[in-house]
Ligand binder design. Structure first.
Ligand code: ATP
Length: 628
C-alpha cells in the first residue's frame, strides 16, 4: 500500500479555476486516499504521460458530427432537442449535465446505437452503419465475465473481436499490450471479480482497445471511482486521444469536465446549454463554480430561456461551430443512404467453438455451479432410493402404482436438471452478450454453444440416474434396448427443459426473476403430466394444457419404453388392469413418438430464445429500462 506521502493529488489543466472555486470539492480538502495503481504505475500529472498505445495505432480518429439531433424515448417524451456539435479526430469530448438530462441517450445516439428521430449523426461524413472493430463502447455496467482470470477473459473477448484468422500468438500479444498500456499487467492472473472498481473499468476499456478503435464511447467511466483513480483513468483516455482516438464520455464528476478538449453541457430537457472549451465554461455563464453552472442551467431550463451569453443560440454553438452543414460537408439525407463501415466477423463455427470453450471454462471456475451440477443428480438419486421399494417391476409380483410413479419422477428429474441448468445461463450475462453482439457475435452460435456445453452434462446426470436406479433394483432387469430407450427419453426431456430454461433466462431481465420462474414452470409440468391425473381423466381444458407439457411426453415415452402397458396387463398384480383402464392409451404409442415431440419442443424453445435475444440486442447495448 502506498503511503499517503507518495500519493499524487490530481491536478487539473489550466482553465479549471472555476472548479477550484467549488466550496466542497474533494480536491480542495486534502489528499485523496491512496491508490496503488496511481502510485505504482501512473506518472505524475506533470511527468511523462503513460505509455498508452492501442495495438494498432489508428491513422486518425473518427470525425463525429451531431446535427440538430432530436430524440424521443417511449415513456419519457423528448429526451434530446436540437443537439449539434462536432468531435474532431483525436479529441476528448466530455458530455455533462444533470441527472436525466439525456447524456446516455446522446452517447448512444452519437455511437450510432440509436437512430435519431430528427437530425443526424455523421461518422466521417456518413451515417454510422453496424459497429465494427473501429468502434469501442463501454456502457455503465461491466461487460466482462467475472469468473475467469483477467488475461484469459480478454483472450476470449479478443477471439470474438479480432479479425478472422488472427493467430493465437497475435491475440495473446494484443492482450498483453493493452494490459500493459492500461497498467493492468500485474493483475493479469486475477479473476475479474477480484479486481477493484477502477481496475474493472479499465479492464472493460482494455477489451475495447484490443481492436485499436478509431472512436471510443464511455458512459460514466469514472462513476464510483475515487478521485485519484478517476483522474488516472481520464489521463489514460487523454493519452489515447493524443494517439489519435476520438473519445466521447459522459460524466457527473466535476473534475472530468476540465480534462477534455471540449465540454458539451446538456440542460434538463436535452438541449445543449454549452459546448466549447472547458476553460470558458464558467465564464460563459458568468459564475465562479461548476456547481453554479448546474444551478444556472437548471433554472434556465425551468424558465425555458436561453441560459447565458456564449451558450447555444439560434443555430450556432458557443465556439462558433455552425449547426448547419459546413460547405465541405454533403447535406444529410433524412432517410436511407446508410453506408455501413466495413466489418469482418469471425465465422459462426469459430464463434460457436470459442463460446463453448469459454462457457465450459466459466462453469468449471464457478465452484457453486459445479456443486449444483454435481450435487443435484446425486441428491435426487438418493431420494429415489429412499422413497421407492426395490422390485416394483418384478413380473411375478409387480407394484403397478410404484412403476408409474418411478417413470414420472425419472421424467421430472430429467426436466428439473435441464430447467435449472438453463435458467441462469443467459440472464446473468446479458450486458456482456449485448456488447459482444455489437462486436459481431451471432446469436445462433451463442444459443448453440449453451446447448453444446450443457447437454453432455445433462446426459451424464440422466445416465447416472438410470444406472443407480437399475443397480438398486428400482428399474427392471431388461435388455440394452430398453435402457437405450429410457436414456434417449431422459436426454430429450432434459434437452427440451434446458431449451425452456434458456428461453425463460432470455426473457427475464434479472437473475432474481429467473429464480421466480422455477416454480411457475415446474408446477404445471407436474400437474398436467398425466401421471397423477391420467390424461383420459382430465377435463378438456386440462388435456389441452397437457399437450404443451414436455413432461407428459417424457412420461409417456419412458412408460412405453419400459413396457408399462404389458406389465400391467400381463403381470400378476390385480391393480394392473384397472390402472391400464385409467391411463388408457397413454403408453400405447411407440417411445419414438414422444422423442419427436420432445425434440420439436426443444427446437421451438431454442428458436424463440434466439428471437428474444435478437430483439433484446437490437434494443440497445445498455440495460433496457422499459423492462423488456
Ligand atoms: N429505455 C428507456 N425507457 C424509458 N425511459 C428512458 C429510456 N432511456 C432513457 N429514458 C429516459 O430518458 C431520459 C434521459 O435518460 P439518460 O439515461 O440519457 O439520462 P442521463 O443524463 O444519462 O442520466 P444519469 O446521469 O442519471 O445517468 C431519462 O428521463 C430517462 O428516464
Amino acid at each position: 500500500m502506498a503511503s499517503v506521502a507518495s500519493v499524487e493529488v490530481p491536478t487539473l489543466p489550466s482553465g479549471a479555476a472555476c472548479l477550484r472555486g467549488g466550496a466542497d470539492h474533494p480536491l480542495k480538502s486534502g489528499p485523496p486516499p491512496a491508490s496503488p495503481w496511481h502510485a505504482a504505475s501512473m506518472p505524475t500529472p506533470t511527468g511523462p504521460r503513460p505509455p498508452v498505445s492501442a495495438p494498432r495505432a489508428p491513422a486518425h480518429g473518427l470525425r463525429i458530427r451531431a446535427r440538430r439531433l432530436t430524440q424521443r424515448v417511449r415513456g419519457a417524451g423528448h429526451v434530446l432537442h436540437d443537439v449539434s456539435f462536432d468531435a474532431a479526430p483525436g479529441q476528448l469530448v466530455v458530455i455533462a449535465g444533470s441527472s436525466g438530462a439525456g447524456k446516455t441517450v446522446l452517447l448512444e445516439t452519437l455511437a450510432g446505437l440509436r437512430g435519431a428521430d430528427e437530425g443526424a449523426v455523421l461518422h466521417d461524413g456518413v451515417r454510422p452503419g453496424a459497429p465494427g472493430p473501429e468502434f469501442g463502447f463501454v456502457p455503465q455496467e461491466d461487460v466482462l465475465h467475472r469468473d475467469l482470470p483477467l488475461h484469459r477473459t480478454l483472450v476470449y473477448a479478443a477471439g470474438l473481436r479480432m479479425p478472422p484468422g488472427t493467430s493465437a500468438a497475435s491475440v495473446t500479444a494484443a492482450v498483453d499490450r493493452v494490459l500493459d498500456s492500461l497498467g493492468l499487467s500485474h493483475r493479469a492472473g486475477t479473476p475479474v471479480r477480484a479486481l477493484s472498481g477502477g481496475e474493472r473499468k479499465r479492464a472493460c476499456v482494455a477489451a475495447e482497445l484490443l481492436t485499436g478503435p478509431r472512436a471510443l464511447f464511455l458512459d460514466e467511466p469514472t462513476s464510483g471511482l475515487d478521485p485519484v483513480t478517476g483522474a488516472a483513468l481520464l489521463r489514460t483516455l487523454r493519452s489515447l486521444a493524443e494517439d489519435g482516438t476520438t473519445i466521447v464520455l459522459t460524466t457527473h464528476v466535476l473534475a472530468d469536465l476540465f480534462r477534455g478538449d471540449r465540454v458539451v453541457f446538456l440542460s434538463p430537457g436535452g438541449q445543449v446549454a454549452y459546448t466549447g472549451e472547458p476553460g470558458a465554461l464558467c465564464g460563459a455563464f458568468g459564475v465562479d463554480t461548476v456547481e453554479d453552472v448546474y444551478g444556472v442551467v437548471s433554472e434556465g431550463a425551468l424558465s425555458g430561456g436561453v441560459v447565458s451569453e456564449g451558450v447555444v443560440a439560434e443555430g450556432v454553438v458557443a465556439d462558433g461551430v455552425r449547426t448547419e452543414p459546413a460547405p465541405d460537408e454533403p447535406a444529410v439525407p433524412r432517410t436511407g443512404a446508410v453506408r455501413p463501415l466495413p466489418r469482418q466477423r469471425v465465422g459462426a463455427v469459430r464463434q460457436w467453438s470459442l463460446l463453448t470453450r469459454r462457457d465450459t471454462a466459466l462453469l468449471l471456475h464457478s465452484r457453486l455451479s459445479v456443486a449444483v451440477l454435481a450435487g443435484s443428480p446425486v441428491m435426487i438419486v438418493a431420494m429415489f432410493a429412499v422413497l421407492f421399494r426395490a422390485g416394483a417391476f418384478d413380473p411375478a409380483d409387480p407394484d403397478p402404482g410404484s412403476t408409474a410413479m418411478i417413470m414420472f419422477w425419472i421424467a421430472f428429474g430429467a426436466f428439473f436438471f435441464g430447467l435449472t441448468y438453463g435458467l441462469l445461463q443467459i440472464c446473468t450475462e446479458l450486458p456482456v452478450l449485448r456488447r459482444e453482439w455489437l462486436a459481431g457475435l451471432r446469436i445462433g452460435p451463442y444459443v448453440a454453444s449453451k446447448l453444446t456445453m450443457m447437454l453432455p452434462v445433462l446426459a451424464g446426470a440422466d445416465a447416472l440416474l438410470l444406472a443407480v436406479l437399475r443397480a438398486l433394483d428400482r428399474l427392471p432387469a431388461a435388455g440394452w434396448d430398453t435402457y437405450v430407450s429410457l436414456f434417449v427419453s431422459s436426454v430429450l426431456a432434459s434437452a427440451a427443459a434446458l431449451a425452456l430454461g434458456l428461453l425463460a433466462s432470455a426473457a427475464v431481465t434479472e437473475p432474481g426473476q429467473a429464480t421466480l420462474m422455477l416454480p411457475l414452470l415446474c408446477f404445471p409440468q407436474v400437474l398436467f403430466s398425466g401421471a397423477f391425473v391420467p390424461v383420459p381423466r382430465m377435463t378438456g381444458g386440462g388435456e389441452a394444457i397437457s399437450w404443451a407439457m414436455t413432461n407428459r411426453w417424457a412420461f409417456e415415452a419412458l412408460g412405453s419404453g419400459v413396457g408399462l402397458a404389458a406389465l400391467w396387463r400381463d403381470g400378476t398384480s390385480g391393480l394392473g388392469p384397472p390402472l391400464l383402464t385409467s391411463y388408457g392409451d397413454s403408453f400405447a404409442g411407440p417411445a419414438s413418438r414422444g422423442w419427436l415431440i420432445l425434440a420439436g419442443f426443444a427446437l421451438l424453445f431454442l428458436a424463440v430464445t434466439w428471437a428474444v435475444l435478437v430483439r433484446k440486442c437490437r434494443g440497445g447495448v445498455v440495460r433496457d429500462r422499459s423492462g423488456r
